[in-house]
Write a protein that binds this ligand. Structure first.
Ligand code: ZN
Length: 242
């Protein structure tokens, strides 16, 4: 069984299309939020994602902001500009889709949340201490998160309330043994200084995770960002992966 796990697409259609093409036929797709914000194709990205069979999708921070659910003071100047731009450009179908997204979902042995199970919209899992606390906030074996745009796995060390982290190597299918929080990284705006799109393929039967990175046409999305009048910073960072 192959489940495509994607997150933080951020309106980057060339990256999303490249990922969908490389992943090929899958049994289901799980999307961990932030379909919009920063990028120039929010409606097209939502349209692609919502048409995927057996989709589970949760609400991200930028999705909530686009819906007017977040005080824009929480964003820096350029991110705020892009939230306003996105609000001006989302069509009614896109708004309806985002409006109906849950903050947290469970499927079998897996919990899905954008930021963290404790605080799905806001919290960043960037260190082992914060990850350790969050193991108390979900009951399944695995929790999938996005939000940091960094691919990483946090492993629960049973009994001493600690975790350790690991970056699962690309191209090495890895069996998930104990309780684990996994982040597939970002499709549309990677921040680990590797500009390639990131995603995961998860097999819940064998409990195996595959980390993937994929080059796509960055210059095309940069061109669209400039054409849309979005901040140049959003284009520059895509070329460098930050
Ligand atoms: Zn994001």
């Amino acid at each position: 069984m192959r489940i495509l796990v994607i997150s933080d697409i951020h309106g980057n259609l060339p990256a999303l299309d490249a990922v969908l093409q490389e992943a090929g036929p899958v049994d289901a797709t799980w999307c961990l939020g932030d379909l919009v914000g920063y990028g120039p194709n929010p409606n097209e990205c939502i349209e692609r994602v919502r048409s995927l069979p057996n989709l589970i999708c949760v609400l991200g921070k930028h999705d909530a902001a686009a819906l007017g659910q977040i005080d824009l003071q929480a964003f820096n100047h350029e991110a705020r500009f892009s939230v306003n731009w996105t609000q001006d450009h989302l069509n009614s179908d896109s708004l309806e889709f985002l409006c109906n997204l849950p903050e947290i979902e469970e499927y079998g042995n897996v919990t899905l949340a954008h930021g963290s199970p404790r605080n799905p919209i806001w919290e960043y899992l960037l260190d082992t201490h914060t990850a350790a606390v969050n193991f108390e906030f979900f009951e399944t074996k695995i929790c999938l998160v996005g939000h940091t745009h960094l691919p990483i796995a946090y492993y629960w060390l049973n009994g001493n309330h600690k975790t350790e982290w690991k970056i699962i190597p690309v191209g090495e299918p890895t069996r998930i043994i104990g309780r684990t929080i996994l982040n597939p990284g970002s499709v549309g705006q990677p921040r680990d200084h590797d500009p390639r799109a990131a995603y995961g393929i998860y097999d819940p039967v064998e409990n195996v995770w595959e980390a993937h990175r994929l080059s796509y046409d960055v210059s095309e999305v940069q061109r669209r960002i400039y054409a849309a009048g979005l901040p140049a910073r959003h284009a520059i960072r895509l070329g460098e992966g930050w």
